[in-house]
Design a protein around this ligand. Structure first.
Ligand SMILES: Nc1ncnc2c1ncn2[C@@H]1O[C@H](COP(=O)(O)OP(=O)(O)OP(=O)(O)O)[C@@H](O)[C@H]1O
Ligand SMILES: [Mg+2]
Length: 362
């Protein structure tokens, strides 16, 4: 395995006696993109600022290519850490041309002039703005400015790129393309990237590894696929999509619900259990004169739901139900167009391999 470019150990920072970042540990290899993902106020930007060197940790250690930049044996100033920064309000220098904006961090000694020009033209090509070097920021669209800011941050070949919600100022149409361009350029440059975002779609799209943060701590980490498919609790599941929660009480290794029994081993009798299922994993079946499909091992027992409303969302339809048995609200998404009328009775089933079992949080 490649040696990590950035290593953060037990990073802690408190403001007014409250731990805003607590015991955060992770490392990022060259060419790897890690996303700090979490709700507003969970400590993402604070973590980033400490790595950049503009805020001082209360405890912990930060190493770049094995060399301590913060810790018991040192505290290097931001400019010597070899870190590139990109924020939402990236502000290009308005009086400098695109070329000069990108060349800004490259020094101005005479001998390096050719190399500097080459580097800027190279980056302009890579962000698909070849020939834009002579323009000024006010002559560019928001997306073009964003790409120039990226090139400016990359020009000095930072070993590490720290990005704090860099795409949140862009409209949706532009954003996906710019994300992909950014990702391509960053990978080519071999920088270790830490991207801060509160949007799960952005993290899933960009990250090799997601670091899920909550109240100052990293609560789960892993590849997007693993984080999405094996959430550690209902809250982690709910961060990535709407969820349905079916409540029950464990007895032995089982929990009985309107959908039949679920295997819920490892909990003491009478534990309140939440069975969590994403809306795309509820199976809908038609009502056959009051009867539903037969129970199966994989899908359990069907329970009757009454449609509350249904909406078309473009690539899928969202149907709200209430369970006839106990009024539990449930949401199901169905690919394409499926818009049953309010009041319609349909049967719902839950795939046992798609549900998550958690003890209920009190
Ligand atoms: N200099 C400071 N003094 C006091 N409190 C601070 C300071 N900086 C941050 N905080 C507090 O620390 C917490 C975490 O802030 P931080 O900016 O890291 O959150 P965040 O995860 O980046 O949120 P967002 O997604 O909204 O940007 C917040 O409650 C914030 O009010
Ligand atoms: Mg922030």
């Amino acid at each position: 395995m490649t040696a990590p470019r950035l290593t953060v150990d037990h990073l802690t920072r408190s403001f007014g006696g409250r731990d805003v970042v607590k015991d955060v540990c992770f490392s990022i290899a060259p060419g790897q993109v890690s996303c700090l993902l979490g709700p507003s106020g969970c400590g993402k930007s604070t973590t980033l600022r400490m790595i950049a060197g503009v805020d001082r940790p209360d405890q912990g250690r930060i190493r770049i290519d094995g060399t301590e930049v913060f810790g018991p044996s040192g505290d290097s100033p931001p400019e010597s850490r070899g870190i590139g920064l990109m924020f939402q309000d990236f502000a290009l220098f308005p009086h400098l041309s695109v070329f000069d904006n990108i060349a800004f961090g490259l020094g101005s000694d005479r001998s390096g002039r050719k190399r500097r020009e080459q580097r800027v033209h190279d980056l302009l090509d890579r962000i698909n703005l070849g020939g834009f070097g002579g323009k000024f920021p006010h002559q560019l669209s928001g997306g073009e400015q964003q790409r120039v800011a990226l090139a400016r941050a990359l020009a000095p070949r930072p070993r590490i790129m720290l990005m704090d919600e860099p795409f949140s100022g862009l409209d949706n149409r532009l954003r996906d393309g710019i994300r992909d361009t950014t990702l391509d350029v960053l990978k080519e440059e071999g920088a270790a990237v830490l991207l801060v975002t509160h949007e799960p779609e952005e993290a899933m799209r960009m990250a090799d590894e997601i670091l899920l943060m909550r109240a100052g701590q990293i609560v789960q980490r892993g590849a997007p696929y693993n984080i999405y498919n094996a959430p550690i609790d209902a809250e982690a599941a709910a961060f990535f999509s709407d969820i349905n929660v079916i409540k029950g009480v464990s007895v032995g290794a089982l929990t009985q619900t309107a959908f039949g029994s679920f295997l819920t081993p490892g909990h003491p009798d009478q534990t309140q259990i939440d069975i969590v299922i994403r809306p795309q994993h509820l199976r809908i079946d038609f009502d056959r004169a009051g009867r539903g499909p037969n129970p199966t091992l994989g899908d359990g027992t069907a329970a009757r739901g009454i449609v509350q409303r249904s909406r078309f969302l473009g690539h899928e339809s969202l149907v709200d139900f209430r369970l006839e048995a106990d009024g539990t609200p449930l949401f199901a998404t169905v690919p394409g167009v499926f818009l049953p009328k309010a009041g319609t009775a349909l049967w719902l089933m839950i795939r046992r391999d798609r549900c998550y079992v958690f003890p209920a949080k009190t």
